[in-house]
Design a protein around this ligand. Structure first.
Ligand code: SF4
Ligand code: SF4
Length: 303
């Protein structure tokens, strides 16, 4: 199910942050654009969006505030300090010192409104709050990038991921793009579920470490739940050759998911990052770029 267009959706996901998801997404996007595909890129890693930087910062075209969250707001003048709101809030978002007006801790407030129902003097109201913003830019590579950025302290990231994907598909419809390439949220919570839901193909990026293996297992559960075709990339393959062999055996035999490639450790990847240029453009003959290009070909064959 694509949200607003008929374009296919490739999601690059990782159970764990820092395994090279954004680095790969940047190269995949440019690879597809260089192949003549019309694409829209979406950075749905709304807690720490970096795809714009990896693509060298394009020209910002528009931005839009997203207000999805609701929070309780207290009118100190009206409050008679009865404490009923404190007793009622099951999120522990209201704190009251003896004889004082309570304080609402915005970060803990879920906006459920229960406190407004018990307040005898209507001292609490629910207000819409800024969840984050969506920015559309034109990248140097000729395709649009939609970035979702979560407001500091906000935790409504699943909604923002869905909004970013929706705008990505709207943009695809406008521009006639056949592919939406998504840098998904890491982890396995609500944002990653929102990232993977509706995908045509998922690239799961991992590395040969026990933490990454554990997180990959959880990510694969989400991918299998949505029944989306997927392939795994093992990045930084030489981190531990022994562990990599063990990891790949486990992926092949237990997870039964195709491994679409390995990316070797390569200092050129770091240099490319500091130059804000995808590695396949920065140094196409580097060993990491060659491996990434081969994987990109396989991804293109799978969609
Ligand atoms: S709106 Fe709900 S979560 Fe927020 S302070 Fe009131 S009772 Fe607590
Ligand atoms: S329920 Fe209303 S009046 Fe009572 S402490 Fe809370 S805000 Fe104040």
């Amino acid at each position: 199910m694509n949200i607003a267009s008929r374009s296919k959706e490739i999601v690059v996901a990782s159970g764990k942050g820092g395994v090279g998801k954004t680095t790969f997404t940047a190269s995949l996007s440019v690879f597809l654009a260089n192949k003549g595909k019309r694409i829209v890129a979406v950075d749905a890693d709304v807690d720490a969006p970096n795809l714009s930087i990896a693509l060298g910062k394009g020209k910002e075209k528009s931005s839009q505030e997203i207000k999805i969250s609701h929070k309780a707001v207290l009118d100190n003048e009206k409050c008679v300090k009865c404490g009923k709101c404190v007793e009622t809030c099951r999120y522990g978002a209201i704190f009251q010192s003896e004889g004082e007006v309570p304080v609402i801790m915005e970060m803990l407030c879920e906006g459920c409104g229960a406190c407004t129902l018990v307040c005898p003097v209507e001292a609490i109201r629910i207000e819409e709050k800024l969840t984050g913003e969506l920015v559309i830019e034109e990248t140097k590579y000729g395709f649009p990038l939609v970035t979702g950025r979560l407001e500091l302290g906000e935790h409504n990231s699943g909604h923002l991921v869905t909004s970013a994907k929706k705008i990505g598909h709207v943009k695809a419809e406008e521009t006639g793009a056949e592919l939406v390439v998504i840098d998904g949220a890491p982890g396995i919570g609500c944002p990653v579920i929102a990232s993977i839901s509706g995908a045509s193909y998922v690239v799961a990026v991992t590395e040969p470490t026990p933490a990454a293996k554990r997180d990959l297992e959880r990510l694969i559960r989400v991918i299998k739940h949505f029944n989306v075709p997927a392939g795994v990339i093992v990045n930084k393959a030489e981190l531990s050759t022994a562990y990599k062999d063990k990891l790949e055996k486990w992926i092949n035999e237990e997870i039964q998911m195709p491994i679409i490639g390995e990316i070797p450790l390569d200092y050129e990847v770091l240099r490319a990052l500091t130059h804000m240029t995808p590695i396949i453009e920065f140094n196409p003959s580097s060993k990491a770029a060659k491996a990434i290009l081969e994987i990109c070909e396989k991804v293109a064959e799978n969609i």
